[in-house]
Ligand binder design. Structure first.
Ligand code: UD1
Length: 368
């Protein structure tokens, strides 16, 4: 069996890493049919901090191909990924193209692969925010509309797919490969160099912001930062700033008391600061999964989530209106927060299940 594994942007790397390890293990332990694969980096993220450091720390092999797509508008970036991947398919045609998550690389490569005659498998298929203003929601819906095999993270995702008319036989509820990465690295976390110098002990919050809906409008971003800084009321806020957010902040005059701005952190350092914090304020989806598993309080500054299990079972609370954040931030600081419960199948074996399932598919017979 021949696979292409697609990774393009920061949150993809911790989802694809465990799948590669599980394939390598499968190939070592099985004398039967081997799984051949190419790892394709689309180049959507390209900085050391946003890409290379994740490959190094998560021990992901050097990609076979880097499409070098880089930044651009939604259409420009998507087009670069599509044309680059089409060329890569002309050299080697996989049976299945495995895409993960919901970034532009996910959608772009799934379209190209399916049109070229490969099957598409979507890891983290079926999650829906219902918010069509998010580029990720469009990426999810387009990708899932042409996906052959869904590897899902939640019961909610399974229901969404069935509701949209997909056959249950295409849906495999395997768990969460991002959590495989998390659990596999908890004993290797690294304290960042600035930690002892800049933070006064473990009494701090972590903030991350990168959604266009929060950071692209300077007034909204200023209001969010002012509100968080004021509500923290002296508690330090560690803010690793995403490049998109940094660009916008450079044009803002504000000084935010008690906020410590740092570059985006490598994986092991980021999980270290989260796991030692009082709580996290974020607009990321992936972080709500990680905080839920680590039982760290989390506030999500969004109107919706595609991961309702992080609210139902995890530590996540949605704050659709920034004016409602102060009371929750105070509650977070005072330690009055719900405790996480176990989320089914989020125990570190999702990638193993995916590879087991893939190895049992009779692809050549199905391929067009
Ligand atoms: C993308 C994903 C988002 C994911 C996020 C994680 C889409 C639509 N969005 O958003 O789902 O949560 O990644 O970060 O795919 N930049 C750099 N260096 C880099 C990468 C980006 O400086 O290595 C800057 C560029 O100026 C770029 C901007 O960040 O224009 C945004 O990058 P882009 O990949 O377009 O989207 P993200 O906001 O990172």
């Amino acid at each position: 069996m021949k696979l292409d594994l697609i990774a393009g942007a920061r949150p993809n790397f911790m989802k694809i890493g465990p799948i590669i390890k599980a394939i390598d293990l499968h190939n070592q332990n099985n004398t039967g049919q081997k799984i051949e694969y190419r790892l394709i980096h689309t180049g959507q993220h390209y900085d050391q901090n946003m890409s290379q450091s994740f490959f190094e720390q998560l021990d992901i092999p050097h990609p076979h191909i880097n499409l070098g797509a880089g930044s651009g508008t939604q259409a420009v970036q998507t087009a670069h990924i599509m044309t680059g991947y089409e060329k890569a398919l002309a050299e080697w045609m996989p049976d299945i193209c495995i895409v993960v998550g919901d970034v532009n690389s996910t959608m772009a490569c799934s379209i190209v692969a399916r049109k070229a005659g490969a099957k598409v498998a979507h890891v983290e298929g079926g999650i829906r925010s219902g918010d069509w203003t998010m580029p990720e929601e469009i990426n999810r819906i387009v990708t899932d509309s042409i996906t052959n095999y869904f590897f899902t993270t939640s019961e909610e995702a399974n229901k969404n797919l069935v509701k949209e008319g997909h056959d249950k036989s295409q849906i495999f509820y395997v768990g969460n490969t991002m959590i495989d990465s998390l659990l596999g690295h908890l004993n290797k976390l690294k304290k960042p160099d600035f930690f002892d110098e800049q933070l006064h002990g473990d009494n701090y919050l972590v903030l991350t912001l990168h959604r266009p809906s929060n950071v692209d409008d300077p007034e909204k971003l200023t209001q969010i930062l002012n509100t968080i800084s004021a509500s923290a009321n002296g508690t330090q806020v560690l803010f690793p700033v995403h490049p998109r957010t940094r660009k916008m902040m450079e044009s803002l005059p504000g000084q935010y008391q008690n906020m410590i701005l740092v570059e985006p952190l490598p994986y092991l350092e980021f999980i270290y600061v989260v796991s030692n914090s009082i709580g996290v304020i974020t607009d990321s989806g992936g972080i709500t999964e990680e905080t839920s598993v680590m039982n760290i309080p989390c506030i999500t500054l969004r109107t919706t989530t595609e991961r309702p299990e992080t609210i139902r079972l995890g530590t996540n609370e949605l704050v659709p209106d920034i004016n409602d954040a102060p009371s929750l931030i105070q509650r977070m600081i005072s330690g009055q927060w719900k405790k996480a419960q176990l989320i089914p199948f989020w125990e570190g074996k999702a990638a193993e299940r995916i590879v087991d399932i893939l190895s049992q598919l009779s692809i050549p017979a199905n391929r067009k």
